[in-house]
Design a protein around this ligand. Structure first.
Ligand code: 13P
Ligand code: SF4
Length: 360
């Protein structure tokens, strides 16, 4: 599997207070945690060591927790993050974190979700311009229009939405609980927004039990995968005498999901890959963002035979260690997440409802 190139940087230890012994120890720590000695060599790790070292010092001093989504780059995930996972896991961590400041290394809607769940805390988002094609694909007025068309029908919104959209919904869902939560909603109809492809998967799951009304937005990364590559890799695996297990994210289209062996959130795909990776004669194809593959490589107990290719989310990859350091040291106004109180209160209801109904 071809993974993204590691970010090239100029020499960056100037001005940062770290001696040679500390630099060497930090470079070794990074290299062993990232677990890709060819790509993340000693030199590459030594180059970023002053940054990770300084960020970790500041975290302690300033009472900051760094929460990072799985799709962040390995230098962030293994260098400075205190918690890594899918959007459901990270929401719970943001809600319960004892630290006074949360720095969310991810896209905007996830940082906004942290603010809704911990409004008393300072929430820092190092890359305010890091959006998401799903959260940008729907406005609060679209949800109000759907509610007017189907009065009284419960509205489930995917967590990949702005705070203003969440405020219009009855319950939030994530890729790890959308099927179970939609089943539990009262009545035989449900409005599901904004992901049409995930909505079609839900529709199929609820066939004959509930009518599902959808909006038309998609994830620019997952919607681009095609089932052709799965069939091609299955043929290739067969030739090599391997059994191929295909794991896909539910933001992919129906053909991809039908051709896959497992559908789940980024964290569930990772867990499954780590389980399969240790089995002899099994190859794994991960139909999702490259960050999940990078974690599978780093965290698997045995080398995983990965086939096919992953895709990068340009929004998720906007955040770099340099942005995190700058945002902890002196966040600009737009790096501090602020949301109107009335929106927080209404959006919080939909997130609390998710926690109450989720079995994830
Ligand atoms: P997960 O909750 O599965 O991590 O999904 C978030 C996301 O943005 C997937 O593209
Ligand atoms: Fe949004 Fe897709 Fe990127 Fe996830 S991968 S943040 S859904 S654009």
């Amino acid at each position: 599997m071809k993974l993204p190139p590691i970010p090239l940087r100029p020499k960056i230890n100037e001005g940062l207070d770290i001696n040679d012994e500390e630099l060497n120890a930090e470079a070794h720590r990074l290299m062993s945690r990232i677990g890709q000695k060819m790509r993340w060599s000693y030199d590459a790790c030594r180059n970023i060591a002053p940054l990770t070292f300084r960020i970790n010092q500041l975290k302690e001093q300033e009472d900051v927790i760094i929460i990072a989504h799985t799709y962040q780059t390995p230098d962030i995930v293994y260098g400075v993050a205190d918690a890594v996972g899918d959007s459901y896991t990270l929401s719970k961590i943001a809600r319960d974190a004892p630290q006074s400041t949360i720095l969310f290394s991810s896209v905007r809607f996830m940082a906004e979700t942290a603010k809704i769940l911990s409004p008393q805390k300072k929430v820092i988002h190092p890359s305010p311009e890091a959006g998401c094609s799903l959260s940008e694909g729907i406005a609060a007025s679209d949800v109000r229009a759907l509610k007017a068309s189907y009065p009284g029908v419960p509205v489930a919104c995917y967590i990949n939405t702005t705070a203003a959209v969440k405020a219009e919904c009855d319950v939030c869902v994530t890729s790890s609980n959308y099927l179970g939560i939609a089943e539990k909603l009262p009545g035989d109809e449900v409005i599901f927004v904004p992901d049409r492809l995930m909505g079609l998967h839900l529709k199929k799951h609820l066939e004959g039990r509930k009518t599902v009304y959808l909006h038309d937005a998609d994830c620019e990364v997952h919607a681009a995968f095609s089932s052709d590559s799965i069939h091609r890799q299955r043929r290739e695996a067969e030739k090599r005498g391997l059994q191929l297990k295909v794991l896909a994210h539910p933001e992919c289209d129906s053909e991809v999901l039908e051709a896959s062996d497992f559908v789940g959130s980024s964290e569930r795909i990772l867990t499954e890959a780590k389980k399969l990776g240790v089995q002899d004669g099994v190859a794994v194809m991960m139909i999702t963002e490259c960050g999940t593959a990078e974690r599978a490589i780093a965290e698997s107990e045995a080398p995983i035979e990965l086939m096919g290719s992953c895709s990068m989310c340009r929004h998720m990859k906007r955040t770099h260690l340099e942005d995190i350091l700058q945002a902890i040291e002196s966040p600009t106004g737009d790096q501090i997440v602020e949301i109107e109180d009335s929106i927080i209160q209404r959006a919080r209801v939909s997130l609390d409802q998710m926690f109450a109904l989720s079995d994830a």
